[in-house]
Design a protein around this ligand. Structure first.
Ligand code: N01
Length: 506
């Protein structure tokens, strides 16, 4: 290894922690969703076995446990939306439905002994850095000391309720899409859905034929790519069981298909963008013939500016006689429905709020206090940033899987998580080799990385496409990785240790 690619040691450490003495580091993992599960499996595989997972609820699964709305599915192909260490020949469809993914998460967690080390119903409330370790406090008031903390809390897990006057006055059943009330039957009811993002599109497609009347409140039209759903046959599943190497081929095939297809469009390649644009326009025109409806459903920005909605059920549902697309702005909500800006009252029995999530939270609301008492929430100030999407200068030995500015969009987050965990493991190995108790990215490296990102984002479709989306932070800049997935993969493959400094015990 070149001297330049070495963690900088500021002084000789007096610590006698894990890396110096050869002890096993104590590692806390926060969250038992897919990144938490992958972290445990990969860390164990690499020889790190003193692991504890903290999970705020009573089950593993993360987003797939939390979201249970009708029509819930993953618009990333199943063979790619899988752990590399747990290929699944039994996927029933090309794009899996939510309950099947949740069952896969639970099975994988059981098969790999993850469930055994999860402390369920145990939210982590505080993380305070006491060099070179972390003091972790749980909602039960318990305190533990860890050498390393890995946040695997996910990106979109704080539902946002819209700031619409009178929302609480509604007397029918009302709930956010991520808090679906399964005790509420929709059959024969007048249902309103606020929002037309990926979630709402799936819900509308799933419930339109069950309800008496559906009102879909659209603030901004969405471009939609048809989803080529397909059920897998039993003989095909048997073939996969017989020839497991096929999983690798399928994983790679979908990786290339999705990253080249959608990735290119997002990152400013005009040809890919046009291809996606044409696909969306054809999809819309194939399904919607009524000129007035067509106009309402046609976005005034470029495809892929907002996260692309991949869905084939929305247009057939929205063109039904019993469905109405409402594009007048919502003025207020009262006891029996929604009043739009044209003064019209839309009578509703049930109101579904599919208005998305707060994308600025990540590990928050856990109070995270780093070196010198720096508070992470204050530091981020609603604009979370991290070095290589995973670490922050004043927060040694704290790694965030799926942290801020990572590649998200229409990718398999399982793949991204696995790459990131591989990076963390290499950093741990390096700490062990050098006997370092704590490392953090240098401020300079963090600044250079984030400046490069700021320079690159204006070229992406998220900015040039002319739309507003949850990708943009309060300064109007996308909080996403602005380069290709393969570049991120390269970054993750071999950490540049010269970007890190060793923090000494005080
Ligand atoms: O949320 P969104 P989502 N009044 O923020 C509207 C992932 N996901 O839950 O476009 C009226 O995209 C808002 O309107 P506008 C995926 O990453 C993945 O649908 O802001 N309307 C929009 O229509 C996705 O991007 C899968 O003008 C209001 C909608 O609500 C992310 O989750 C499936 C409003 C919110 O759309 C979030 O998707 C589902 C208001 N006050 C989701 N406020 C997969 O298949 C907001 N809206 C992997």
């Amino acid at each position: 290894m070149s001297a330049a690619n070495t963690i900088q040691i500021e002084e000789t450490s007096q610590a006698d922690g894990w890396a110096r003495t050869g002890h096993m580091p104590r590692i806390a993992i926060i969250g038992a969703g897919m990144s938490g599960i992958a972290s445990v499996v990969k860390l164990r595989e690499a020889g790190y076995t003193d692991l504890t997972v903290y999970e705020k609820t009573d089950r593993v699964g993360g987003t797939w446990r939390e979201n249970t709305y009708p029509g819930l599915s993953c618009d990333v192909p199943s063979y790619w939306y899988s752990f590399t260490f747990a290929p699944n020949p039994d996927w029933s469809h090309r794009f899996s439905y939510g309950p099947e993914i949740q069952a896969y998460m639970e099975k994988t967690a059981r098969d790999f002994g993850v469930t055994d080390i999860v402390q369920f119903n145990t939210p982590v409330t505080d993380l305070v850095y006491e060099a070179p370790r972390w003091r972790l406090t749980t909602g039960n008031g318990d305190e533990e000391i860890y050498d390393i903390v890995i946040s695997a809390t996910g990106v979109l897990h704080h539902p946002v309720m819209p700031d619409i006057p009178g929302l609480d006055d509604f007397e029918g059943d009302s709930f956010h899409s991520a808090r679906w009330d399964h005790s509420c039957s929709l059959e024969g009811k007048r249902v309103g859905v606020i929002g037309t993002g990926s979630t709402a599109a799936q819900i509308v497609g799933a419930i339109a034929d069950e309800v008496e009347h559906l009102s879909v409140f659209q603030r901004t039209a969405q471009w939609m790519v048809p989803l080529s759903q397909k059920a897998y046959s039993e003989p095909w599943k048997r073939t996969l069981r017989t020839f497991p190497f096929l999983h690798k081929l399928l994983y790679s095939f979908y990786y290339v298909l999705m990253t080249r297809g959608i990735g290119g469009a997002v990152l400013g390649d005009p040809k890919s963008q046009q291809r996606i644009q044409d696909m969306c326009e054809k999809n819309l025109h194939d399904h919607v013939k009524d000129p007035e409806l067509l106009e309402k459903l046609t976005p005034d920005y470029k495809a892929a500016c907002k996260r692309l909605v991949l869905c084939s059920d929305f247009y057939p549902a929205i063109t039904r006689d019993t469905t109405e697309l409402v594009t007048e702005g919502i003025e207020h909500i009262d006891a029996s429905g929604i009043v739009t800006a044209d003064g019209r009252h839309h009578d509703l029995d049930v109101l579904v709020v599919a208005t998305g999530f707060d994308p600025t939270r990540f590990i928050l609301p856990t109070r995270v206090v780093g070196e010198g008492g720096v508070d992470l929430e204050k530091l981020w100030d609603d604009m979370p940033r991290a070095h290589r999407a995973m670490s922050v200068p004043a927060f040694p030995n704290l790694w965030m899987i799926e942290g801020p500015t990572g590649p998200i969009g229409n990718l398999s987050l399982i793949t991204i998580s696995e790459w990131q965990i591989g990076y963390v493991i290499q950093c741990l190995d390096e700490m062990k080799r050098q006997g370092l108790e704590a490392i953090a990215p240098k401020q300079e490296a963090f600044d250079v990385y984030n400046a490069a990102m700021r320079e690159a984002v204006p070229n992406t479709i998220w900015v040039t496409g002319g739309c507003n989306s949850w990708y943009l932070d309060k300064t109007g800049l996308p909080n996403l990785y602005p380069w290709s997935a393969s570049r991120f993969r390269k970054e993750m493959k071999r950490p540049d240790f010269s970007e890190y400094r060793c923090i000494e015990e005080v």
